[in-house]
Design a protein around this ligand. Structure first.
Ligand code: URA
Ligand code: SF4
Length: 196
């Protein structure tokens, strides 16, 4: 048990090393720091965002800017703490000017997320925004059309031979400009926190 945990920590440390010298897509050219993820490696809930932004790129940690503040507040309002969940992104290096990640970048970087999820094996995956939602739903063979259709819903799938729940949510950055979305995000995270 203790050894398992140490092994996990070690594998994550190695993974951080691998992405810090990764050149599988062109985003390595402009990044300052790649962002692997942050939080409890035994978390029940994993949040998957899009890609690092300005502050994440500087600090090497996910969701530490204004979208992160909003996300953290929603996590706290749901009765959880940032430390008790795991937070990561589908793309580990910041796209220039915070543009959307391109399909080829998601394809190149996705295997790192897959590896993280395979190690954590969370019961619940909350996807933040359309890129991570489309990616994770497609792994379960579910077609994605639009955020407004899937957000706040629970998709029960079978990953790692056990029940896994996918809960898509709007991206916290979108809620910075649209307060209505903030309520939806908080509701989705409350829903995730209510699953036992
Ligand atoms: N937006 C994201 O999708 N991820 C971050 O880490 C920060 C902002
Ligand atoms: Fe590698 Fe991902 Fe960074 Fe591209 S975004 S260079 S695939 S770590």
């Amino acid at each position: 048990m203790v050894l398992d945990q140490q092994l996990k920590i070690e594998v994550f440390r190695k993974l951080a090393e691998v992405i810090s010298s990764c050149r599988k897509c062109s985003l390595w050219r402009s990044r300052k720091n790649p962002v692997l993820g942050d939080g409890d490696l035994n978390a029940n809930i994993v949040f998957v965002g899009e890609a690092p932004g300005y502050w994440e790129d500087i600090k090497g940690k996910p969701f530490v800017g204004s979208a992160g503040k909003l996300l953290e507040e929603a996590i706290r309002k749901a009765g959880l703490s940032r430390e008790s969940v795991y937070i990561t992104n589908i793309v580990k290096c910041r796209p220039p000017e915070n543009r959307d990640p391109r399909p080829e970048e998601i394809k190149a970087c996705g295997p790192y997320l897959d590896e993280q999820l395979d190690l954590i094996k969370p019961k619940i995956i909350v996807t933040l925004g359309r890129h991570s939602t489309a990616y994770i739903l497609s792994k379960a063979g579910i077609a994605f059309r639009s955020m407004s259709v899937v957000q706040g819903k629970i998709f029960e799938v079978k990953f790692w031979e056990s029940k896994t729940y996918i809960i898509p949510s709007y991206h916290p950055a979108a809620a910075l400009y649209n307060m209505r979305l903030k309520g939806y995000i908080e509701e989705a995270i409350r829903l995730a926190a209510s699953i036992r």
